[in-house]
Write a protein that binds this ligand. Structure first.
Ligand code: KG4
Ligand code: ZN
Length: 351
C-alpha cells in the first residue's frame, strides 16, 4: 500500500510517500522558520495560513518528483493532534477530503506516536517490548512500548518539556528562534566544566522530569553574568552547562527506565533526539556501560516531518484501521488513549 503522509501540527509543512513493501519513497518539507523568526516564536494563525498556501503545491511536487500520481495512492495519513489546532485542521481537512475524493482509506495519526515509530522505519527495529524516550518541543515522556498502540507511560515532565527548555534558555541567551539547534551548536564551543547547573529530580527515585527549575537556574546564572552571558566565551559556556544538565538528566532517567521495565532497547525520538551530545551520552552510559542498544532516526526524521506520519499511518492502515468521514482533530491528546489497531477498529465500527 502506498500511503501519503501529511504533517502540519506546528511550523513545518511535511509530506511523504511510504510504501508498505518498498519503504520510504519520497519526503518533502517546507519550514516556516523565516516566517516566524521576526516574532521570536511560532505565531499560530500565521502557521495555519502558511500550511494552506504550501500544502497543495508540496503534494504535487512530491508526486511529480517520484513519478507517482493520485491514482497510485492506497491511503492517506495526516496528523490529527496533538498540536496547534488551526494548523492541524489544515492537514486533516485536506487529507480526509482528498481520500474521500479518491475513494481510499484515511487515518488521523497521533503526532507523538508518529515520532515514536520514526526510528523503526529504517534498519532493524528493536524487539518488543522496548522503552522509548520521547523528547520534543511539547513532550518529555518515557514510554514502555509493548506493541503498536500499547503504550505505558513510565514517567513524564511535570512542567516544561526538554525541547521547550532548550528554546526558552536559547531565548535568554539571545539566540532567537528556533532556539534548540542554535543552542546545541553554540554549546560545542563551550567549556563543560565552567558552570554546573542542577540535574532536576535525579536525587530521588522516580521517572518524572522537571525542566522548569533548570531554566530558572540558567536564568539566575545569566543574570549573574550580565553582559558576559551574551558574548564569547560566556554565552557558549552557559549553553554547554545547560545542555550537559539536560543530557545528564535524560540519561540518568533512561537508565532507570530500562532497569524498571527490564528492557535492553531504548528508542530515542522527537526533535531533541537530533541532539548529538544526547545520542553520544546515551551510547556511552547505556550502550557501552550497560550493553543496552539505542535506536534513533536520522536527524531529519527526528524533528517534525511527513515521513513519520506516512509510516505510522501505514502501519495502522495495513492492519485495517479506518477513519470515519468525520474530521476529528485534537489539540491535546494523551498517547495512552491510543489502542492497538484491532481494538481501534471495533471502536470505530461502534460509532
Ligand atoms: O519534535 P519536534 O520537531 O516538534 C514537536 O513536536 O515539538 O521538536 C522540536 C523541538 C524544539 O524544542 C527544538 O528546539 C528541539 O526539538 N530541537 C533540539 C535540537 N533540534 C531540535 N534540541 C536540542 N538539540 C537539537 N539539536
Ligand atoms: Zn513533533
Amino acid at each position: 500500500m502506498l500511503v501519503l503522509g501529511i504533517e502540519t501540527s506546528c511550523d513545518e509543512t511535511g509530506v511523504a510517500l511510504y510504501h508498505s513493501e518498498q519503504g520510504l519513497i519520497g519526503n518533502l518539507l517546507h519550514s516556516q522558520v523565516e516566517l516566524h523568526a521576526q516574532y521570536g516564536g511560532v505565531v499560530p494563525e500565521l502557521a495555519s495560513r502558511d500550511h494552506i498556501r504550501k500544502l497543495l503545491p508540496l503534494c504535487n511536487e512530491l508526486l511529480a518528483s517520484n513519478q507517482k500520481n493520485l491514482a497510485d495512492l492506497g491511503g492517506i495519513a495526516y496528523t490529527a493532534g496533538p498540536g496547534l489546532l488551526g494548523a492541524v485542521l489544515v492537514g486533516a481537512t485536506f487529507g480526509r477530503s482528498l481520500a474521500w475524493g479518491l475513494g481510499i482509506p484515511a487515518l488521523g495519526v497521533h503526532h507523538m506516536e508518529a515520532h515514536l515509530l520514526a526510528p523503526l522505519m529504517a534498519g532493524d527495529p528493536p524487539p518488543l517490548p522496548f522503552v522509548a524516550l520521547l523528547v520534543s518541543g511539547g513532550h518529555t515522556q518515557l514510554v514502555k512500548v509493548s506493541g503498536l498502540g500499547e503504550y505505558q507511560i513510565l514517567g513524564e515532565s511535570i512542567d516544561d518539556a526538554a525541547g521547550e527548555a532548550f528554546d526558552k534558555v536559547a531565548k535568554l541567551l539571545k539566540l532567537g528562534y528556533p532556539g534548540g539547534p542554535a543552542l546545541a551548536k553554540l554549546a560545542e564551543q563551550g567549556d563543560p566544566n565552567k558552570y554546573r547547573l542542577p540535574r532536576p529530580m535525579t536525587d530521588r527515585p522516580g521517572l518524572d522530569f522537571s525542566f522548569s527549575g533548570l531554566k530558572t537556574a540558567a536564568l539566575t546564572l545569566i543574570n549573574k553574568l550580565g553582559d558576559e552571558a551574551w558574548q564569547a566565551p560566556g554565552q557558549a559556556d552557559v549553553a554547554r552547562a545547560f545542555e550537559e544538565a539536560v543530557v545528564d538528566t535524560l540519561s540518568i532517567k533512561c537508565r532507570r527506565a530500562l532497569e524498571a521495565a527490564d528492557c535492553q532497547h531504548l528508542v530515542l525520538a522527537g526533535g531533541v533526539s537530533a541532539n548529538q551530545r544526547l545520542r553520544a551520552r546515551l551510547q556511552q552510559e547505556l550502550g557501552d556501560k550497560l550493553g543496552a542498544e539505542c535506536h534513533y532516526a536520522p536527524p531529519a526524521l527526528c524533528t517534525d516531518n511527513g515521513a513519520m506520519v506516512a509510516y505510522a499511518g501505514c502501519q495502522r492502515l495495513i492492519a485495517g484501521e479506518r477513519e470515519p468521514l468525520a474530521i476529528t482533530t485534537k489539540a491535546r491528546w494523551p498517547m495512552t488513549e491510543l489502542q492497538p489497531p484491532a481494538a481501534s477498529q471495533q471502536t470505530a465500527s461502534h460509532n
